[in-house]
Design a protein. Structure first.
Length: 318
């Protein structure tokens, strides 16, 4: 060390490189172990790399005050609250991974209030409309595989990555029992499908055994390997269906909550760690209740009523 000089930390270039190495490892695990789609990881990369650039310090040196400054920075940019919340959730996930892997000793996000309950309600599709549109394209342009996958998503509430990783052995056709693995929380869970859906999927599997006799995947692509996520999204657009796989999940969970009125049950089916995430679907239900109340609007005013003086109106006996 040169006399009179002070010990300094790594240069900005090295700091970014260190953070970048963490991102690469994080991305690899998310992609291989949790089966996150390339599109999702591209969004993660945009958020995390921007965070690195604004903070300009090693991940281990970033504290709660820095995180608050970053959130304020995003607000000053005019970003929507929903976008900011999503970015925060991405960073929470990254820091939780860093803590688990020993790259940091304390998670600064633990001191930042989570605002999941303030997020807007999920955008669900009208259930009856989904059923009608499925009938419209039945056997005309929609392939048996794409129809079966769409039905599977609508009646299980599964994420697309969870559905595409299913093998034939994961479904018990007699009971309609489906085991979901490759989940977001890496915890397998069990869901069930009703009898009519089981019969529909059984017909599809018979077709599958003829078209792909050596196949083990429940929803294979042309090569026999599991269908790619983007290929299915493109297929939906090709059928003229303005649906996304995650919108089908929102639709399934919203309908389940309407019919069961059981928030804990829907949380289990959805695979949500935090019930606050599931409670967002209650807002959709409240909207429906308000709409139902509005159908009565005008009923009172449509009647011809005689307004009397309060003095002439009895309060009742007693």
């Amino acid at each position: 060390m040169v006399e009179g000089s002070e010990a300094r930390g790594p240069s900005p270039e090295n700091r970014r490189l260190d953070n970048e190495e963490l991102w690469v490892k994080f991305q690899k695990e998310k992609t291989t172990l949790e089966n996150r789609s390339p599109n999702t990881m591209l969004k993660y990369r945009t958020v995390i790399r921007r965070f690195f650039f604004v903070m300009d310090k090693p991940v281990s040196e970033i504290g709660p005050a820095d995180l608050s400054d970053f959130i304020f920075f995003l607000q000053q940019e005019g970003q929507k609250e929903t976008t900011i919340d999503w970015s925060c959730n991405v960073l929470r996930s990254f820091y939780a991974w860093c803590l688990k892997r020993g790259h940091i000793s304390k998670d600064p996000w633990a001191e930042i209030h989570r605002r999941a309950s303030e997020l807007p309600p999920p955008k669900a599709l009208p259930w009856d409309e989904c059923m009608e549109r499925l009938e419209d394209v039945r056997g005309k342009v929609m392939s048996p595989r794409d129809r079966a996958l769409t039905i599977f998503l609508l009646f299980t509430g599964a994420r697309l990555s969870e559905a595409l990783s299913r093998r034939l052995e994961h479904v018990q056709w007699t009971s309609g029992r489906v085991t979901l693995t490759h989940t977001k929380g890496r915890q397998p869970r069990i869901v069930y499908v009703p009898d009519d859906v089981t019969r529909e999927l059984s017909k599809y599997v018979r077709w599958l055994s003829i078209m792909y006799p050596d196949n083990e995947s429940l929803f294979p692509g042309a090569s026999g390997k599991p269908l790619g996520q983007e290929a299915f999204r493109k297929a939906l657009r090709g059928y003229g269906l303005k649906w996304t796989p995650h919108r089908l999940r929102h639709t399934a969970l919203t309908e389940l909550l309407k019919r069961t009125r059981d928030l804990r049950l829907v949380q289990e089916i959805a695979g949500h760690r935090d019930i606050a995430t599931t409670s967002r679907y209650l807002k959709v239900w409240d909207e429906d209740k308000r709409d139902a109340a509005r159908t009565l609007a005008g009923s009172l005013l449509s009647r011809k009523t005689t307004v009397t003086s309060p003095k002439d109106t009895p309060l009742g006996s007693g």
